[in-house]
Design a protein around this ligand. Structure first.
Ligand SMILES: Nc1ncnc2c1ncn2[C@@H]1O[C@H](COP(=O)(O)OP(=O)(O)OP(=O)(O)O)[C@@H](O)[C@H]1O
Length: 233
């Protein structure tokens, strides 16, 4: 584990879903600390609970038991409305299939999360331009997603994730829909965010080559972390 204060702390978390009368235990007493500036890859078999854990850390869902702390806030105690507000300020999301709005340009897609914050038009423009530059898409700002390659669309997705300067970036299979070369470029970009901007990134992936780019790897199996198997790069 990278030294320094934990920016994410998952403490004794259980998560179960109920299907009719049946209870499905997905996370079973999980503890995890992620240091500020770490790039963590979560791996494990299908159904082991990776996305469920990521969703709890990102405040998209709440644990059945236990606590999730992010940046000094116990987010597992927030109401749904409070969580939505908290996510807007603190979490940048990167999805496997980009989730861009097809009718908006790259610029407008990146600007979207800023519209939820109390910012002037000038401040918004400055932040969108900075994000566009970071992902190297200044010359594509007026293109719509359908006019961009998969790799370029994911770069827009990353720019949208960082435009609010979030506490944490969460990425669920960010290279899952890309060819090897585009995947490599996206992973390099995530490394730049970590190394030059000291961003904290948690990435779910099945791809060992993607996990190699992270600074740590944690494996889940049946809703538990595989102890003693945390790889460091
Ligand atoms: N809302 C839900 N209701 C019921 N069961 C759920 C729900 N969300 C997830 N599950 C169950 O929880 C288990 C873990 O799902 P999760 O998506 O976290 O796994 P994963 O490790 O991310 O899998 P994959 O690698 O296939 O994406 C699965 O058995 C899934 O069916």
């Amino acid at each position: 584990m990278k030294s320094g204060p934990a920016i994410v702390s998952v403490q004794g978390v259980h998560k179960y879903f109920t299907r009719g009368s049946e209870r499905v235990d997905v996370l079973n007493g999980l503890n995890l600390d992620v240091a500020q500036g770490d790039f963590l890859a979560l791996m494990g078999p299908s159904g082991s609970g990776k996305t469920t854990l990521l969703n709890l850390i990102a405040g998209l869902d709440t644990p059945s038991e236990g606590q999730v702390w992010v940046g000094g806030n116990c987010i597992s105690q927030l109401s749904e409305g409070q969580l939505a507000q908290w996510r807007t300020r603190h979490i940048g999301f990167v999805f496997q299939f980009y989730h861009l709005l097809p009718v908006l340009t790259a610029y407008e897609n990146i600007e979207l999360p800023l519209l939820l914050l109390p910012l002037s038009g000038a401040a918004r423009r400055k932040q969108v331009r900075t994000a566009l530059e970071l992902v190297g898409l200044n010359n594509r700002e007026n293109h719509r997603p359908g006019q961009l390659s998969g790799g370029q669309q994911q770069r827009v997705g990353i720019a949208r994730a960082i435009v609010t300067d979030p506490t944490l970036i969460v990425a669920d299979e960010p290279t899952g829909d890309l060819d090897a070369k585009s995947a490599d470029e996206i992973l390099s970009l995530l490394q730049v965010l970590q190394r030059t901007l000291n961003k904290t990134i948690i990435m779910v992936t099945h791809d060992p080559r993607a996990a190699e780019r992270a600074s740590h790897v944690q494996r889940l199996d049946k809703g538990r972390l595989v102890v003693g198997n945390a790889a460091e790069h």
